[in-house]
Design a protein around this ligand. Sequence first.
Ligand code: URA
Length: 201
Amino acid sequence: MAALSELYREMASCQSCGLAQHRTQVVPGEGTVDTDILFVGEAPGYNEDRLGRPFVGAAGVFLDGLLASIGMGRSDVYIANIIKCRPPGNRDPGPGEIAACKPWLDRQMEMIRPKVIVTLGRVSLSRFRPNESISKVHGKPIRMGEFVLFPMYHPAAALHQGGLRNTLESDMLLLPKILKELRSIDAVPRGDDSHQQLTLF
Ligand code: URA
């Protein structure tokens, strides 16, 4: 899509924070703008910085498996990060870096207009709900005006804490149900109150 490639061109020359000095390249995100689902991770790591693509390491392999579990692949969704350049040594991004990078994700959200934004991990959740704890809200859809926020643990967390693997897998299985419900809300003509049975929100 022309608008996306123009956005990527602008991102490639971004110097809004110090991470620009350390990157091999910007990692804008990938997938289709013609989707209802936007996944938002934290920041590129070593492999992503080398290849310019999000989630290409072990966490990405797990994410691909989670998508497959609901009959989807990367071309059905859009995958982005809060931060578009790798923080040195994979440290957490700082508040200044998160603020500097915010306009890029804002513009991706405007282009995609997703029905559901799936945050992957604590840092991504805090971009939308700063005071929420991921252990309390993961797997629970939160209506946020134009879209529904669906917080999940970060796939990398399951690689370190095996117990989270099942949690991520069962949270992911809720995603098609949420989408189904949102699509049925959209299909209800104004004035029709038959949507009273809707349950998730
Ligand atoms: N972790 C993230 O949050 N994003 C990536 O792109 C890769 C690993």
